[in-house]
Design a protein. Structure first.
Length: 277
């Protein structure tokens, strides 16, 4: 009897990036859904940071976000995150600002493109503000006047699917995509795809990628990395609680900074911004 192979679905960030990179039809459909736009209005979309499929991910590549130029007029940064990270808010702002800073020295400021950072998260970012899809922009605190349309952060919370299904007016296409991300088996993914061409093609792309042993190794490596990161964070949190009674605040901060710099392969300044210290 042949042993059933492990399934790597769209919640694996390596497979997610690979599918978007190999299948533009899927990329277009996802963008149109997340941005609430007509797919026919997408004239062009290209991934600016493609990965060499099958090659090991190292160093600062550890965050597998997809940076996309849409219609040569908007920058879209999509990040998939399965495990809860307390510094995600700070990191999302950091990644948004990096993407927005797209002009060269001497160029006019009006060349700056509207920039979106979209987080597809399998955890609730704000427990006091659980939403299936949230959109954040800079607004006047009194009358909500929009300061600029060039900053937008959107968050899709995959844990809120069941609540969203019961709410009238929830985008059915967004619900379908969220369910696609949550699929635990190939059979479940195929069932969700149904007879809809774009999702049938997505399943075919995923199957083909899954036949490549080098790609499968990287998918497994990504899951190991995420589990290790979660374990380190949990251990560090417990250690901080136990030692907090006797250690000074600056000592605890140094430990947190060191752990984050090691796990994320980033500079101390970047780690401080993520932690908000």
């Amino acid at each position: 009897m042949t042993e059933k192979r492990k399934f790597y679905g769209m919640r694996n960030d390596y497979m997610f990036h690979a599918v978007l990179q190999k299948n533009e039809e899927v990329l277009r459909n996802l963008l149109a859904t997340l941005l609430e736009m007509d797919e026919a209005d997408i004239v062009s979309c290209r991934i600016e940071n493609p990965i060499e499929l099958g090659r090991e991910i190292k160093g600062k590549e550890c965050i597998l976000d997809a940076k996309i130029i849409l219609n040569d007029a908007r920058i879209i940064n999509i990040e998939l995150q399965v495990y809860k990270q307390t510094y995600w808010v700070n990191r999302s702002l950091l990644y948004w600002s990096r993407a927005y800073d797209s002009i060269k020295s001497g160029q006019e400021y009006d060349r700056l493109l509207p920039t979106y950072h979209i987080g597809i998260l399998d955890f609730t970012l704000f427990n006091e503000h659980p939403k299936f899809m949230a959109q954040y922009q800079i607004l006047d605190v009194e009358d909500h006047f929009l300061y600029s349309d060039k900053l937008c952060i959107k968050v899709l919370d995959l844990t809120q699917i069941e609540k969203a299904k019961k709410q009238p007016g929830t985008d059915k296409k967004l619900l379908k995509w969220a369910s696609i991300f949550k699929a635990e088996t190939l059979e479940e993914l195929e069932q969700l795809a149904g007879k809809e061409e774009v999702f049938e093609n997505m399943v075919l792309t995923l199957k083909k990628l899954s036949e490549d042993e080098k790609i499968r190794m990287q998918c497994e490596a990504r899951e190991d990395y995420e589990r290790c990161l979660l374990s380190e964070y949990s251990a560090g949190k417990r250690e901080g609680i136990e030692e907090g009674r006797s250690l000074e605040r600056d000592v605890i901060e140094k430990k947190l900074l060191h752990n984050l710099m090691e796990s994320q392969k980033i500079t101390e300044d970047e780690a401080r911004k993520m932690l908000g210290i």
